[in-house]
Design a protein around this ligand. Structure first.
Ligand code: SAM
Length: 397
């Protein structure tokens, strides 16, 4: 079957731009923007909501679908994602836009990070989780006035009563637009008199394990996977983590709150730990959790990166991974493939990749293709833990 080439030209009232997702892949099947981005841009234009000096704050711009067309207003983008940051920078370059036109700041922002502390227009691309939306609405509230234009956008299927309720609870009166191409806008206005409770994030839970009779507390910023309680898969993985003096360097790949790496570090006192995640809040949570157990006494590295970018080839003895199966709301096994292939490069000879997955994800087929071997370490009704070994001498790098 011949696949149609994916459209990379976004046509907007603010100009036409070439937009690509990141990382750029040859057989991309998804566009770098969606109908919700187009709806916001048309709404801003049709209602003449922007003027030359408008200060614009954009939250969660996936690949630049909003910030690239609005670059002439010199917007500030808030993102939790390394991939989004790279996408925005790459798309700026492809469209000959000066890098200084778009300021990108991380998801733990405060008003001090935004010019003049106040903004005229806030555009919120609805994030994956309500937790993240709640955290973000708390963070933007001090930057708003009654005249700030606040527009959130998303696909209709991701907008629920609970989404609207959060705006009403933290910002003020809120209504939605009609649907257009299965997307919808949310309009909210600051109510200065609203009594707003404190931002509940980061949250923490206790692990069902003790260290020297002490409870281990796991802190989670709002965007982190399974932030209310220990994920069942992670729990099963922890109960089967390996222990061996051969492990000199252990990577927690896609670390989330870092719970796998933390428990591996406790079991393998000789090892240096490296935590990687593309989410800023995940990496920050991992730092907090590692320091709360080991303070500065233990060597560790924390990287906000794409999979294993930044880690030298043939340098790692053990990689632990509970792979993601979503990217920007799209279900995909692309990241898992990338994680497994890059693991093969990063592992030293006889280095091991241990992964956990739901039974139905059938990761063993991928591991066998990449490593030429794969064994089941443990399994229960729901999860399987697989191990693949990097036999450089047999298979080559
Ligand atoms: N290891 C944690 C656990 O077991 O609780 C989190 C696992 S969660 C299923 C997958 C993690 O992969 C998420 O934290 C997500 O942010 C991260 N991730 C997704 N895409 C990534 C990428 N391209 N590079 C690095 N990490 C990524």
């Amino acid at each position: 079957m011949v696949m149609a080439e994916i459209d990379t030209l976004i046509k907007t009232p603010f100009g036409d731009y070439q937009l690509q997702r990141y990382p750029v892949t040859k057989k991309e099947t998804l566009r770098a923007w969606d109908a919700a981005d187009e709806y916001v841009l048309h709404h801003l234009d049709e209602n003449e909501l922007l003027h030359e000096k408008s200060s614009i704050l954009i939250l969660n711009d996936g690949f630049g679908g909003l910030s690239i067309p609005l670059n002439s207003f010199r917007p500030t983008v808030v993102t939790d994602s390394y991939l989004s940051t790279q996408a925005i920078r790459a798309n700026e370059k492809n469209n000959q836009i000066d890098e200084a036109a778009i300021t990108v700041i991380d998801s733990l922002f405060t008003p001090d990070h935004v010019m003049e502390n106040l903004v005229d227009v806030v555009l919120i691309k609805l994030p994956k989780s309500l937790a993240m939306l709640e955290d973000q609405l708390h963070r933007i509230r001090p930057m708003l006035t009654r005249s700030t234009i606040i527009i959130a956008s998303g696909m209709t299927k991701h907008i629920h009563m609970s989404t609207m309720a959060l705006f009403e609870k933290i910002i003020g009166p809120t209504k939605t637009s009609l649907a257009r191409k299965k997307s919808r806008l949310i309009f909210s206005q600051l109510d200065n008199d609203l009594v707003v409770t404190e931002n509940p994030y980061p949250k923490a839970f206790n692990l069902p394990y003790l260290l020297d009779n002490m409870e281990i507390k796991i802190a989670n910023h709002a965007a982190v996977f399974s932030q209310e309680k220990l994920d069942l898969g992670a729990r099963f993985f922890i109960e089967n983590l390996p222990q061996d003096d051969r492990y000199k360097t252990i990577v927690d790949l896609g670390c989330g709150n870092g719970v796998l790496g933390l428990m591996a570090a406790i079991k393998n006192q000789q090892a240096k730990l490296i935590f990687t995640d593309e989410s800023y809040m995940a990496v920050e949570s991992s730092i907090d959790n590692f320091l709360s157990v080991f303070d500065e006494s233990r060597d560790a590295e924390f990287l906000q990166t794409d999979c294993l970018q930044g880690i030298a080839d043939n340098s790692v003895s053990l990689i632990l991974c509970n792979p993601p199966f979503h990217q920007n709301n799209a279900i995909s096994d692309k990241v898992a493939w990338q994680m497994f292939s890059e693991s093969k490069m990063a592992l030293e000879d006889k280095g091991e990749l241990w992964i956990i997955g739901n039974r139905h994800l059938a990761y063993h087929a991928k591991l066998k293709r990449i490593f030429g071997n794969c064994e089941v370490v443990a399994s229960n009704k729901k999860f399987v833990i697989h191990k693949a070994i990097n036999n450089v001498k047999v298979n080559g790098p």
